[in-house]
Design a protein around this ligand. Structure first.
Ligand SMILES: CCCCCCCCCCCCCC(=O)SCCNC(=O)CCNC(=O)[C@H](O)C(C)(C)COP(=O)(O)OP(=O)(O)OC[C@H]1O[C@@H](n2cnc3c(N)ncnc32)[C@H](O)[C@@H]1OP(=O)(O)O
Length: 456
């Protein structure tokens, strides 16, 4: 039953829900505290990752001994009732099976009121960027029935970490059917994707998880900004804080109806080169960032062929005199399906994606005067992006404490989430990167972060 039908049941907060959904964690935990000693990580202690207490003397790859020729050439052995499969995301059959697996088994809230509503466009965007490889869309099927019961994916994602360029992949959508949990299938999937990536002479990978594993390079916190408070309240997604009324909450969260930044418009194909230049210069601000080619910008930020505006929405600011693009900002959309609610079927969710502004170019967050200007600029860009999000039926706008987001999260009324998102780099040693939280590790910091990558 949904919260809606039981007036005595406390409503979830947005933070609770995302903690359960996106971060797949049971309870709030301090990002600093490993949940178990290194020795208990039966799988991870065998992998080239730093242990929790290891001091970083010099940054760089951990295991450099292998070559594609010395990598195992055949898939790892798997239980006789299962078989490896490579998903063909061009085929409706495989796309449907992936959708069903993730819909039922990826992440859901505890009383199953909300589910991620993955779309074909979303998979095409997330899993088929420039240079994608079908053999990195790895599934496990039941041999007799062909049913898909597990999945893991890799996509190309070259990185710069503290000035050093690293050929790499991003690993995501690791999922095992609920009835097959705790049977060590996850380590098998991870080893198999590692093997297939290594065969391409790539030895590093970026991934994120709500789960604490050895050892995060950084940890960020989610912020959630209601855009349609009444609807969030009606579906049991938001609670009414003490000393507030429904009307006061609506008033507090209402945005203007039109963007205010002068020269604001939707990104067009002709902007790709300029946005690319902005992206590339901007990422110098961060300790870890993704290297993007012009084609990557076309796919990830412009949205490639998906110009129906369903997944990625990007806006630019064009200087009214020079006609130069000076800023861009983007968000992607991944809604929730609402189950068992008489009034609402879906909640629109947006996630802040990449942005850049000439205001911060060539500057660091040590430059106090520029930080003030940048803060003002980002507040106006994000505010306008949220107005655009509202226009496409987004009900809640999410942003992490990564990038320079802490310059606006509090002022733009993002509430801090309860969960943390940990970032990892496989087979690479690097000292901790600032995740945008303050010294208590619980509130947003004030001066940006070192994390310039956004993972889906
Ligand atoms: C160079 C190329 C390298 C490429 C690879 C880079 C690494 C990529 C790494 C993957 C990045 C994924 C990024 C995302 O997609 S993060 C999203 C993860 N998915 C979900 O949360 C969906 C719901 N949950 C599930 O489907 C399952 O619970 C999963 C599949 C998560 C675990 O299945 P299960 O519950 O049935 O467990 P098991 O018995 O098979 O295995 C237990 C072992 O697995 C370790 N475990 C648990 N959760 C995670 C996790 N999120 N990342 C890495 N390891 C994880 C765990 O500590 C234990 O190891 P150890 O404690 O004994 O040591």
């Amino acid at each position: 039953m949904s919260d809606q039908s039981d007036p005595n049941k406390p409503k979830k907060t947005i933070a609770d829900l995302f903690q359960q959904l996106a971060l797949a964690q049971e309870e709030e935990q301090s990002p600093a505290a490993p949940p178990k000693p290194m020795e208990s990580y039966k799988f991870w202690k065998t992998q080239p990752v730093p242990s929790f207490d290891e001091k970083v003397e010099s940054e760089g790859p951990i295991d450099t001994s292998k070559t594609p020729e010395t990598v195992r050439q055949e898939p790892y052995p798997i239980h006789s009732s299962f078989e490896w499969t490579t998903l063909d995301l061009e085929s409706d059959h495989d796309l449907d099976q992936l959708y069903e697996l993730l819909y039922d088994h990826y992440v859901e809230d505890h009383d199953a009121t909300f589910r991620f509503a993955y779309s074909r466009n979303f998979f095409n965007w997330a899993l088929k960027p420039t240079g994608w490889r079908q053999d990195w869309h790895i599934g496990v099927r039941v041999k007799d029935t062909g049913r898909l019961i597990a999945f893991i994916s890799g996509v190309p994602c070259d990185l710069t970490i503290r000035g050093r360029d690293i050929k790499s992949v991003e690993i995501n959508f690791l999922c095992v059917h609920k009835q097959l949990r705790s049977k060590r299938l996850a380590p098998l999937l991870i080893k198999e994707v590692t093997r297939r990536v290594n065969l391409q002479n790539i030895w590093q990978a970026l991934y994120s998880s709500g789960t604490v594993l050895p050892r995060p390079v950084s940890t960020c916190r989610y912020g959630h900004r209601p855009l349609n408070w009444s609807k969030l309240y009606e579906v049991g997604f938001s609670s009414l804080p003490p000393n507030e009324t429904k009307a006061s909450m609506v008033a507090k969260t209402t945005l203007g109806s039109e963007p205010k930044t002068k020269g604001w418009r939707k990104m067009e194909e002709k902007d790709i080169s300029t946005v690319w230049k902005l992206y590339d210069a901007w990422r110098d601000r961060y300790d870890i960032s993704q290297i993007m080619t012009k084609d990557d910008i076309k796919h990830w930020i412009y949205g490639g062929h998906q110009q129906d505006g369903k997944v990625i929405h990007t806006f630019v600011v064009e200087d009214e005199e020079t006609k130069e693009v000076t800023d861009y900002i983007s968000f992607y959309v991944l809604p929730f399906t609402v189950l068992q609610n008489p009034k609402h079927k879906q909640i629109g969710i947006a996630y802040l994606y990449y942005y850049a502004s000439t205001v911060g170019l060539g500057k660091t967050n040590k430059d106090e005067e520029n930080q003030e200007l940048l803060k003002k600029r980002l507040k106006s860009l994000v505010n306008d992006a949220m107005i655009e999000a509202k226009k496409v039926d987004i009900d809640v706008f999410n942003a992490l404490s990564s990038q320079d987001n802490t310059l606006f999260l509090d002022d733009l009324k993002f509430g801090a989430g309860d969960g943390f998102l940990n970032y990892y780099v496989f087979n690479y040693r690097t000292s901790h990167i600032d995740g945008g939280m303050d010294e208590t590790d619980h509130d947003f910091g004030k001066n940006g972060s070192g994390v310039g990558v956004v993972l889906l």
